[in-house]
Design a protein around this ligand. Structure first.
Ligand SMILES: N[C@@H](CCC[C@H](N)C(=O)O)C(=O)O
Length: 279
């Protein structure tokens, strides 16, 4: 058991996170890699822990090029990712709620994929400049004996975006109430693993997805995944820049557009609890 330390719990479209304030790195910064991964897994455990798809450690940047605050993100299994699109909205909201940043000005958040700028909208949602979505070619993913062509999209982290065939639906991808099994993918294309989005079209510029995340399993939403899906859909549609896509995820809705070549994602963020733990 460790000494008590503070945590908060939040989510963005039900992609949920444990936030760990550790501004000067003295709370968790001294842990070695194994101990840190063990702590992340314990915190994210759905029954024995607080529960979460990942952990957002809130730490002051040590590199000026990262801005003032760095989002030290880990998946539920303790692994690192470059970026978390829902997490960065929750992280920025936390900074606002704690009075650590000016909500009227763009909020710079350092990530392993560089600095992301977050803006608080008048309706309380947050918009993230996610940077580039790079379409890197075609691959395949498989699940339960079905195989789909997929687009390899890099949004800082790796994604495989597969559109289901006509007549296939998202509910049919697993047993009723069951999570998605891990899709098979080409490890030569994704040597560090991949986040897989399975997608249907709901209407013009309107899609819906289920996602199996690297390091977390099926989640209720994935911000980077939604951006990857939007980029793949917009390319397939030949949609002009500025076209806003509605991306439905099991936990809500995100609005995403490409402006000046950069993906801008707007969605909600919630911080719902705080406390201390010895996990
Ligand atoms: N849920 C996140 C993505 C988290 C990282 C991902 N599992 C990975 O390993 O790349 C999001 O909202 O983007």
């Amino acid at each position: 058991m460790s000494a008590p330390y503070p945590f908060l719990k939040g989510h963005g479209t039900e992609n949920d996170f444990v936030l760990l304030p550790d501004h000067d790195g003295t709370v968790h910064g001294g842990l070695d890699e194994d101990a840190w991964q063990t702590r992340v897994r314990a915190l994210c455990h759905r029954r024995a822990g607080i529960g979460g798809d990942g952990v957002l450690r809130v730490v002051r940047s040590t590199r000026p090029e990262d801005g003032t605050w760095f989002m030290d993100y880990r998946n539920a299994d303790g692994s690192v990712s470059e970026m978390c699109g829902n997490g960065v909205r929750v992280f920025a909201l936390h900074l606002v709620q704690e009075g650590l940043v000016d909500p009227a000005a763009p909020i710079a958040v350092g990530t392993r994929d560089g600095v992301k700028t977050v803006t608080v909208e008048d309706d309380g949602r947050l918009t993230v400049d996610m940077g580039l979505a790079r379409l890197l070619g075609t691959t395949e993913v498989s699940l339960d004996g079905r195989t789909w062509p997929a687009t390899h999209v890099d949004v800082g982290n790796p994604h495989a975006v597969a559109f289901l065939a006509d007549g296939e639906d998202l509910d049919g991808l697993s047993g009723p109430g069951q999570p998605l099994a891990a899709p098979a993918y080409d490890a030569a294309v994704y040597p560090a693993g991949v986040n897989v989005e399975l997608v249907v079209r709901r209407g013009p510029h309107h899609v819906a997805l289920r996602v199996h995340e690297r390091g977390s399993g099926e989640t209720r939403s994935c911000g980077t995944g939604a951006c990857a899906v939007m980029a793949a859909a917009a390319a397939a549609d030949g949609a002009p820049e500025g076209t806003a896509y509605r991306v439905d995820v099991p936990g809500g809705t995100l609005s995403i557009a490409v402006v000046d070549g950069r993906v801008r994602m707007t969605g909600p963020a919630v911080v719902l609890a705080r406390g201390t733990t010895t996990l």
